[in-house]
Design a protein around this ligand. Sequence first.
Ligand code: SF4
Ligand code: FES
Length: 140
Amino acid sequence: MRIKPSKKEYQGEEVTIVWQAHKCIHSEKCWRNLEDVFRYGKKPWVDPNGASGEKIRQQIEQCPSGALSYIGQELKSEEEEGDLKATLVANGPILIKGSINFMHPDGSTSLEKNPVICRCGASANKPFCDGSHKKVGFQS
Ligand code: SF4
Ligand code: FES
């Protein structure tokens, strides 16, 4: 079963933050490092004016899954794009840097940019990671 993609934008004075919940792998980097912007447990959980635009952009670039991005980041990463790269996250998924065309069992196809691939086997959104590796205590 594929989780329905969602995309929300939070417009601030210096930066517009884009949030795609279905891509989050719960690394916790955002709210642990910039809690005035990524306000875990609060509503709305993103305050785009909680820090300077520069600080927010730097933090978003640390998001390993691409669940967080900002308007304009796409252009920057396209300039840096080269070969496909795969990073195995300790006790977590595989982060692919680059675009892959997936062919699904039902015959449909989808082009995924920087997909995050499950390697624990517990995701309800295979082949993509949905953060379940934390719940099942995956170790590798
Ligand atoms: S994957 Fe990105 S959005 Fe999800 S918790 Fe980690 S840094 Fe935050
Ligand atoms: S690696 Fe994240 S759900 Fe399997």
